[in-house]
Design a binder for this molecule. Structure first.
Ligand code: MN
Ligand code: MN
Length: 272
């Protein structure tokens, strides 16, 4: 399936199999394949919890994985591909890949949607100006997104690793942070205007999602995260689910979590 198969009202699913911008370990390049395997493994049907049968919704179109010829141009390549997909009028759900993919994805969305809001679930704020000399590191995508000046609001949820540099970056960019220590299940954030959601699987406690590169104990449960997604009352226009690292996974349980989130987010993106 390609660009010519998608149109206004569709939801394009796109795999981004890269991990060369990971600062600590590789593995997330295998994420999209494992997530699709979990999604179609036959252990569960394709119906979301609100009853939306994605298996019978022809608007959900899997474009497969983006093929990267050259890692040095991967970031601008993602941005251009995202722009081309959105030019058809389809929404985009990207599955990673490490979190570096969110920089170009958010830049592309912010060009199409003025006043874009971002809701970012993560143990880490990923606001570093650079990491190990790499400005495209998976530790930096939200700095790259905010530097455009086109993002209206960035709200980060689940953060539990904020150091001084990233605190300063958050202040500089006006980022709103709901730290994990302050989060509780009744918190809901309201957004005015289009909303893009970025989910780093390490926002979850490693007990629920061991298949990530950076284990950061004390995180959300899968139930907490799904409920937070269900409660969102906003115009959801795009999303990504990133940082599945199959090398660290146990019996595919994190891949299944990622597949479950793919279903719930897809249903939300396809709801009118
Ligand atoms: Mn993270
Ligand atoms: Mn992240």
């Amino acid at each position: 399936m390609g660009l010519h198969d998608i149109k206004q009202g569709d939801l394009a699913l796109l795999g981004l199999p890269i991990d060369h911008n990971s600062s600590f370990m590789t593995g997330p390049a295998m994420g999209p394949q494992r997530m699709r395997e979990a999604l179609h493994c036959g252990a569960a049907n394709l119906t979301s919890e609100n009853g939306h049968d994605l298996g019978n919704d022809i608007r959900l179109k899997d474009l497969g994985d983006l093929h990267f010829h050259d890692t040095s141009t991967a970031i601008p390549f993602i941005e251009k591909q995202a722009e081309e997909i959105m030019a058809t009028g389809a929404k985009l759900l990207s599955i990673g890949g490490d979190h570096s993919v969110s920089g170009p994805l958010i830049r592309a969305h912010s060009k199409r949607y003025p006043d874009l809001n971002i809701l970012h679930f993560d143990a880490h704020s990923d606001l570093y100006d650079e990491m190990q000399g790499n400005r495209d590191s998976h530790a930096c995508p939200f700095a790259r997104a905010m530097e455009t000046g086109r993002v209206k609001r960035l709200v980060q949820v689940g953060i539990r690793t904020l150091n001084k540099h990233q605190q300063e970056q958050a202040e500089k960019f006006g980022v709103e942070i709901i730290a994990m220590k302050d989060w509780h299940p009744d918190i809901s954030v309201e957004f005015d205007g289009p909303l893009y959601v970025s989910i780093d699987l390490d926002v979850l406690d490693p007990a629920f999602a061991p298949g990530v590169s950076h284990h950061e104990p004390g995180g959300m449960s899968v139930r907490d995260l799904i409920n937070a997604l269900h409660r969102l009352d906003a115009d959801l226009i795009g999303a990504d689910i990133v940082e599945l690292n199959p090398h660290r996974d146990l019996v595919g349980m994190t891949a299944m979590v990622a597949a479950k989130l793919t279903k719930e987010v897809s249903a939300k993106l396809l709801a009118e």
